[in-house]
Design a protein around this ligand. Structure first.
Ligand SMILES: CC(=O)SCCNC(=O)CCNC(=O)[C@H](O)C(C)(C)COP(=O)(O)OP(=O)(O)OC[C@H]1O[C@@H](n2cnc3c(N)ncnc32)[C@H](O)[C@@H]1OP(=O)(O)O
Length: 228
């Protein structure tokens, strides 16, 4: 008994010390959002060469993207998602979507073919943000051109997002998926994303056309490394 209570006391003390060492949410988010390049620590993950795809990843704030890239991002989003949005109460609105996608908080992970073409073929719009009191990497979009799908690039990019988010101290990677987007649902399920506790549940009064999925940062403790 005595040993146990002593151990409990030690545990409580350790937890107290750990909590005292935890930076506040504001600091964690400030640091995450003020990085020059969230991929700086993961240069080895910039290249994806598999199944006939040869692309390079770059990670930039929306404000650092050139007009041509922003135009392509919106065009791909519209080609991939407009019909799905229109199948539910969300509907599609160019102006609202453009505003969301060019918000100051928006970060982009972009895959381009190698030189000399440097043609963009896939992107993710993500943000470091607070969500119900948690610091999260919110994956707003992961969009691939049709010709590069089902070759492992989506999986690779999502894993890079996890690396970026978890190493910046985010508690989870979270996203919203339309329930009738069967391909995306199969993809996130294959990558072990599960229903987030904040996902709304259908009831007799209200049915939701979307669900919120997440993957938790299991290693988040004082002993894990926040790299920035
Ligand atoms: C938060 C959001 O952005 S939701 C919207 C997601 N984006 C879209 O719906 C746009 C159109 N689709 C896409 O851009 C892509 O197909 C994505 C992002 C959904 C998936 O990326 P991909 O590169 O095609 O997937 P990837 O090849 O990495 O697949 C990994 C695994 O996911 C599963 N998977 C992926 N696509 C499918 C599919 N269409 N049907 C069934 N399972 C699938 C498989 O288990 C696959 O492994 P396998 O190929 O060894 O069987």
């Amino acid at each position: 008994m005595e040993r146990k209570s002593k151990r409990n006391k030690e545990k409580r003390q350790k937890r107290k010390e750990e909590n005292a060492c935890q930076p506040t949410s504001e600091i964690v988010l400030y640091k995450a959002n003020n990085q020059d390049d969230p991929m700086a620590h993961f240069s080895e993950f910039r290249i994806f060469e598999k199944n006939g795809i040869n692309v390079k990843l770059e990670c930039k704030r929306c404000g650092s993207l050139d007009v041509g890239t922003i135009h392509w991002i919106f065009d791909l989003e519209k080609r991939n998602m407009k019909a799905l949005y229109e199948q539910c109460e969300w509907g599609w609105n160019d102006k609202i979507k453009k505003e969301e996608m060019t918000d100051d908080k928006a970060w982009y992970l972009i895959a381009r073919t190698t030189e000399p073409e440097c043609k963009p073929v896939a992107f993710s719009h993500f943000r470091f943000d607070m969500d119900y009191g948690d610091e999260v990497l919110y994956c707003y979009e992961l969009q691939l051109e049709e010709e590069v799908r089902r070759k492992g690039l989506g999986k690779f990019m999502l894993q890079v997002l996890e690396l970026i988010g978890f190493s910046a101290g985010m508690k989870k990677v979270i996203l919203t998926v339309l329930k009738h987007n069967a391909e995306a649902k199969a993809f996130y399920t294959a990558l072990k994303y599960t229903i987030d506790e904040t996902s709304p549940e259908d009831n007799v009064l209200e049915q939701y056309s979307y669900e919120i999925l997440s993957k938790v940062n299991k290693k988040l403790s004082s002993s894990s490394k926040v790299l920035i």
